[in-house]
Design a binder for this molecule. Structure first.
Ligand SMILES: Nc1ncnc2c1ncn2[C@@H]1O[C@H](COP(=O)(O)OP(=O)(O)OP(=O)(O)O)[C@@H](O)[C@H]1O
Ligand SMILES: [Mg+2]
Length: 277
């Protein structure tokens, strides 16, 4: 079964889409199998479900169709059993990953993402079950009621924030609800931060807080699908690899697959369901 990782933010534009794109395109193409050694890791998909509109098609010079609206339309008509999400994806050529692009228009993107979130987690689950393996990274943008319901049905939530005191205060204010809703979550702190990551993790009660260094060149490379010029232990590329390793460690554990809730999101924000962290 394909695993689902939701990437979200709480405030500002901290780098959620950049992180989601990096997760999908840098997710390993092979997985280790105790019986047969290395096996293909399956299709890697990025689904843009940010109701404020998509960015990746513009970054990569792709069309918005096939994309989120086609997927939402197919779900609404109850058509296309099987791996529905992959059917509406376009290739992100350099990586072997694929993109289900949201339209740039916020009104259209909101309609598509709400339709998917409210009516069709069953379709998302069926699509993930139809795939033997792989990962679906969903960029939901800033968490509101509908986006939180995505977080509550994922195998992992990666919450992206800037590292300033103000941004972290927003995270601290919402973290308990998110921990209760998400199967497992971690925090990615982008750019300068006055606190050590271990201290943030301890304070917020998270088992992982990953720093993502401020690195405009590397971000440019991720967006364009190039290899970054700067490598090394402290580069953004290395930090993203650590983040991917940590997420995989949690979601690929035997029995880690999340039972997707079939009910519509709660009016309280969809983050009141109990769950493992
Ligand atoms: N690690 C980083 N180093 C340097 N710049 C970064 C980094 N991460 C993100 N940025 C910059 O932050 C800005 C926002 O990035 P991005 O579009 O990924 O954020 P977002 O949270 O998806 O925003 P939005 O709310 O617009 O969807 C961009 O200008 C991007 O170049
Ligand atoms: Mg974004």
């Amino acid at each position: 079964m394909r695993r689902m990782v939701v990437v979200a933010s709480l405030k500002g534009a901290p780098g959620a889409t950049t992180t989601a794109l990096a997760l999908a395109t840098r997710w390993p193409t092979v997985a280790s199998d105790p019986a047969s050694g290395e096996v293909p890791a399956g299709v890697r998909l990025l689904l843009e479900a940010d109701p404020s509109g998509g960015d990746v098609a513009a970054w990569r010079g792709l069309s918005h169709s096939p994309g989120l609206l086609d997927l939402a339309g197919a779900v609404r008509h109850g058509s296309d059993p099987g791996d529905l999400i992959a059917r509406w994806a376009q290739s992100l050529a350099e990586s072997g990953a694929s993109l289900v692009a949201a339209p740039a228009s916020a009104a259209q993107a909101r309609a598509g993402s709400e339709l998917l979130a409210r009516a069709s987690f069953a379709a998302v689950r069926a699509s993930n079950e139809a795939a033997v393996s792989g990962v679906l990274v969903v960029d939901v943008g800033r968490l509101g009621p509908v986006e939180s319901s995505w977080a509550s049905v994922a195998d992992a939530l990666v919450l992206v924030t800037r590292g300033g005191v103000d941004a972290l205060a927003h995270v601290a204010a919402g973290i308990e609800d998110l921990k209760a809703a998400a199967s497992w979550m971690c925090l990615a702190v982008v750019g300068p931060c006055p606190y050590p990551m271990a201290e943030i993790a301890r304070t917020l009660g998270l088992d992982r807080v990953q720093h993502l260094p401020w690195d405009p060149d590397a971000v440019d490379a991720i967006r364009c699908g190039r290899s970054p010029r700067r490598r090394g232990r402290r580069s953004l590329g290395a930090a993203l690899e650590e983040l991917i390793r940590e997420v995989r460690r949690h979601i690929e554990l035997p029995g880690a697959a999340r039972q997707i809730e079939l009910s519509p999101p709660s009016p309280l924000g969809g983050i009141d369901k109990g769950g493992r962290r």
